[in-house]
Write a protein that binds this ligand. Structure first.
Ligand code: ZN
Length: 93
């Protein structure tokens, strides 16, 4: 359970990390996490790329397709067909 009151920034970060370490995380929880993080200005960083921005389902090999095009990593959610694009870091020559 996530209670919104009396949580420090550190507590929230720990809560988020705990939830994402679970194998069965439901989209409602991800929605809560995102709201919680946003309310405290916490950046989800790489965790943000682990779920669909539209339906908040956690990506795995069954519900998502990943492609690399140019400098972008393109992830398509099989649940809602939402396409997330992530710019990849350029490699220095
Ligand atoms: Zn989706």
């Amino acid at each position: 359970m996530i209670s919104k009151k009396n949580l420090s920034k550190k507590d929230i970060v720990l809560t988020i990390e705990n939830l994402f370490s679970q194998e069965r995380i439901i989209s409602a929880d991800i929605k809560k996490i995102k709201r919680l993080a946003m309310s405290k200005n916490i950046k989800l960083g790489s965790l943000r790329k682990k779920f669909c921005e539209k339906c908040y389902s956690l990506f795995n090999s069954e519900n998502s397709k990943t492609r690399i095009r140019g400098n972008f990593k393109i992830v398509r959610c099989e649940n809602c067909n939402y396409i997330s694009r992530w710019q990849m870091q350029r490699f220095k020559k």
